[in-house]
Design a protein around this ligand. Structure first.
Ligand code: SF4
Ligand code: SF4
Ligand code: SF4
Length: 387
């Protein structure tokens, strides 16, 4: 359940609370560009260790002034995960972040081979979005971020709230821990990624994700080279937090493109503290701090998430905003995850080796390889098959 933080311990507030609702009224912003862009490795690690850089601070000026030093500029301090904070009171729903995500990640989008193999059993239907790549009102393999909007009345005032939706990069991601093949994994910096070279598209990750975030494209990936009619049905796609940009010392594209500086990013503890502080300042609410045992995405809203959840359109590719229990909290599920970990790791290793062998011998590269360039095209949402 989203929390109302108006009673937050004042010792946690770095600044006096202000009445929120307008960008001007919000607490001073974390700098987007200052987030390690152009920082040296030492500066980057120091910045992450010390917390997000505040706009206009000496640290921010130093970070921007420093020339790019190392492409590996982003690793957070050991034990630190990156988290994002989204101040929904600032979002105007302009979609610049969605566009930026397309531009930055288009080269990772799938290029399916057609006709698709017939599946057995036949109930495993095709999910083809390759002819509907311009769909941007839900999550698809070609749209990893979309804007969910709600009009609600709160405290006698009608408000329109926009919520950028994508993977929340859970602290305990069931999509990764329960992937039978080791294709979905959480990295040391907290980013949860699906390896398109390993994924068979069985959609287990989508089934166990509390928000059903990953989306499948048929006709791409390793299953085509194994048992196309029996194994999997494509590849699953979702936000990878622009891991490649992070590795270059750059901000995720959606954060950088936002004209309202809705998002900020930094070490989880710092960002959680700022989310609570911001919520307190606007007498607002936080989503993501406790959902599914905690995520690395914190939404801060001036109205309760229960209201937003009731007002937003929900369905396939359109996730809810309801309270979420910790998916891996039960012993049964945890035991399954522990059992799968070494098996999935082994399978992932074997698949990687097979892929290398095939490429070395001149075999075809999977159509969805991360290296493939994107080309235009459309699809349909249908089916489940859980490995
Ligand atoms: S770019 Fe910023 S203001 Fe525009 S929709 Fe995205 S998060 Fe909201
Ligand atoms: S939101 Fe869903 S897809 Fe994203 S990390 Fe959590 S469980 Fe995985
Ligand atoms: S972090 Fe990157 S991949 Fe994720 S929604 Fe933003 S731009 Fe897209």
């Amino acid at each position: 359940m989203s929390k109302h933080y108006d009673t937050i311990d004042t010792a946690r507030r770095a600044r006096p609370a202000t009445k929120s609702g307008s960008p001007e009224a919000a607490p001073s912003r974390l700098s987007r560009r200052a987030f390690l862009k152009g920082a040296t490795l030492a500066g980057a690690v120091a910045a992450l260790t010390a917390g997000p850089i505040v706009a206009g601070s000496a640290a921010a000026r130093a970070a921007v002034a420093e020339p790019a030093g190392s492409p590996a500029a982003i690793p957070p301090a050991p034990g630190q995960e990156l988290a994002t904070l989204l101040d929904l009171s600032r979002c105007i729903g302009c979609g610049a972040c969605v566009e930026a995500c397309h531009e930055a990640n288009g080269h990772k989008y799938p290029e399916p081979k057609k006709p698709f193999p017939k599946m057995h059993p036949a109930r495993v239907k095709v999910e083809d979005w390759s002819e509907k790549r311009d769909v941007d009102d839900r999550l698809t393999p070609y749209n990893w971020l979309y804007i969910q909007s709600a009009t609600v009345t709160w405290n006698g005032e009608e408000r329109e709230v926009h919520v950028p939706r994508r993977c929340l990069h859970c602290v305990n991601p069931p999509c990764a821990d329960l992937c039978p093949w080791g294709a979905a994994r959480k990295e040391g910096n907290g980013v949860v990624r699906i390896d398109a070279d390993i994924c068979l598209g069985g959609a287990k990750c989508r089934a166990v994700c509390p928000w059903h975030i990953p989306q499948r494209q048929t006709g791409v990936g390793l299953y085509l080279d194994i048992l196309p009619s029996l194994a999997g049905n494509g590849v699953m796609y979702k936000c990878d937090r622009c891991h490649d940009r992070l590795a270059q010392g750059e901000l995720p594209a959606c954060i950088e493109a936002c004209p309202m500086e809705v998002q900020s990013i930094g070490p989880r503890d710092e960002m959680l503290g700022r989310a609570l502080e911001l919520a307190a300042s606007m007498n607002g609410y936080v989503y993501g701090a406790e959902e599914n045992g905690g995520t690395n995405t914190f939404y801060v809203s001036p109205v309760p998430f229960e209201l937003l959840d009731a007002a937003v359109e929900k369905g396939p590719g359109k996730p809810h905003l309801a309270p979420v229990a910790h998916a891996l909290a039960t012993e049964e599920v945890l035991a399954k995850a522990v059992f799968l970990a070494p098996v999935a790791g082994l399978v992932a290793g074997v698949r990687k080796a097979l892929k290398s062998l095939r490429e070395d011998s001149g075999g075809a590269k999977p159509a969805n390889s991360q290296d493939d360039a994107a080309k235009p095209a459309t699809g349909a949402d249908k089916e489940e098959r859980h490995d």
